[in-house]
Design a protein. Structure first.
Length: 181
């Protein structure tokens, strides 16, 4: 209930309340932005701009989801906007050509490969696979949410995640085999 009072105070433009809310979420939202922007300064800019937008749109927050989830979506959308401005557009997929892809639920990675290695390999994937895969594997979004965030269909999300997983798995096999294990 304390957070509810804090949000209400922020709605009334209480600067101290806004600072408290910012301090509570800034670190987590910075790391979300950093996963997209790959540059500390750009990630910080995206996070700051997302907070400004969140405070401006706080009247739209209705509590259906947690404040953190609502803010995270704003951060991700701000990162996407910044990437689009840099001409890093995602490739649209033609549903009729691709069709539906069944997901591999038994997808596994060698035991000796760590999270940092996986994240590093995701960073090296083509843009069209990188963001859907990050949202799916790291952020935990489902295909409907990924579709909304990236403005693509659920079928396209499934396809991009599936193909991204295959590419990632190949990269991780190369990593393991290339290092003499």
């Amino acid at each position: 209930m304390i957070q509810h009072k804090l949000i209400e105070a922020c709605r009334e433009n209480d600067r101290r309340a806004q600072l408290k809310l910012y301090n509570k979420y800034c670190e987590g939202m910075y790391y979300v932005a950093l996963r997209f922007m790959n540059d500390t300064m750009e990630a910080e800019d995206a996070m700051q701009e997302a907070f400004i937008k969140a405070f401006q749109k706080l009247h739209q927050f209705n509590g259906e989801v947690s404040f953190g989830a609502w803010l995270k979506r704003i951060v991700i959308n701000k990162c996407r906007d910044k990437l689009k401005a840099k001409k890093l557009e995602l490739i649209s997929i033609n549903e009729q050509v691709l069709g539906t892809v069944d997901e591999q639920e038994d997808w596994q990675v060698d035991e000796g490969i760590g999270v940092d290695e996986v994240k590093c390999k995701i960073e090296n994937l083509p843009e069209k696979y990188k963001y859907p895969l990050m949202l799916y594997l790291i952020e935990g979004y489902d295909h409907e949410e990924i579709g909304e965030i990236l403005n693509i269909t659920q079928v396209a999300s499934r396809t991009l995640v599936h193909r991204g997983k295959k590419k990632l798995q190949d990269e991780l096999k190369t990593l393991r085999n290339g290092t003499g294990y």
